[in-house]
Ligand binder design. Structure first.
Ligand code: PLP
Length: 259
């Protein structure tokens, strides 16, 4: 005789999870936004004639860990944070209340990295997308030393022509930084990351990025990942072959201006 199926434990039926549960209304909102973004990505992917769907990294910065938990329960397996302190606080909260969410979702660090915070970032993230200078390589490598698997690294490229703006290595420095990552025992070079500059059509900036990547791949053929595209420009990024999209506000709503 067949056994009746065991009822699955849900967040609602497990009292130990209550502390990190978002409200039902918030969960419904996140679910609807997530579906809209997934539809946009699917449409852009097929419009570009691609059959490899890019990875969606949901950027949870400035939003509470309850949103991260709700997203994980909705099937999100990659999340992004841009401030070291917020990353550490969220990891601590998960360890205490939802240790099942420590291994997945994978945590991507996407913010500018201060030297003195590099080690802690390497200990709390699974992927660092914003490595932009040589000096950080030994610090990240030291922070990653106790990890079971190497820390995944994207080198961030500056797309601004004047070097101002939102971080990133100049094209001339990229190869040196990437070569150092390849030499570091606890780091794994994945590819490149970039943010489209303000005040320029993202498509134009991304077409420069596509050229930079082409040269980069000639030297680092295994480093095929490309992280580009956010809420406003993900379609342009899919067109130039982005493998990772970092989407915040289209899923979580608008952030305070400081973000
Ligand atoms: C905040 C942030 C994002 C997400 O931006 P949205 O416009 O909210 O989608 C992506 N990448 C980086 C580096 C960010 O800091």
């Amino acid at each position: 005789m067949m056994q009746p199926p065991t009822p699955s434990r849900t967040a609602d039926s497990d009292p130990s999870r209550r502390g990190l549960d978002a409200s039902p209304a918030r969960r419904a909102e996140l679910q609807a936004n997530l579906e809209r973004v997934r539809d946009r990505i699917a449409a852009a992917t097929s419009a570009a004639g691609r059959d490899d769907a890019p990875t969606l990294v949901v950027v949870t910065k400035f939003f509470p860990v309850t949103d991260l938990v709700a997203l994980a329960d909705l099937g999100v397996v990659d999340v992004g944070e841009n401030r070291e302190q917020e990353l550490v606080e969220k990891v601590d909260a998960l360890r205490a209340e939802r240790p099942d969410l420590i291994v997945s979702p994978r945590r991507h660090f996407i913010g500018q990295i201060q030297s003195k915070k590099a080690r802690r970032i390497a200990r709390h993230a699974d992927v660092v997308q914003s490595l932009d200078r040589l000096k950080l390589v030994p610090l990240l490598d030291a922070g990653a030393a106790d990890r079971e698997n190497p820390l995944d690294i994207f080198v961030q490229v500056a797309l601004e022509r004047d070097g101002s703006g939102r971080g990133g290595a100049q094209e001339a420095e990229l190869h040196e930084v990437a070569a150092a990552v390849e030499q570091a025992p606890h780091l794994r070079l994945c590819g490149l990351m970039a943010v489209a500059p303000l005040g320029e059509e993202p498509a134009a900036a991304f077409s420069r990025l596509a050229h930079v990547r082409q040269d980069f791949l000639a030297n680092f053929p295994q480093a095929t990942s490309l992280s580009a595209g956010m809420s406003g420009d993900l379609e342009d990024a899919v067109k130039i072959g982005a493998t990772h999209l970092r989407v915040g506000s289209a899923i979580l709503g608008s952030r305070p201006l400081a973000g």
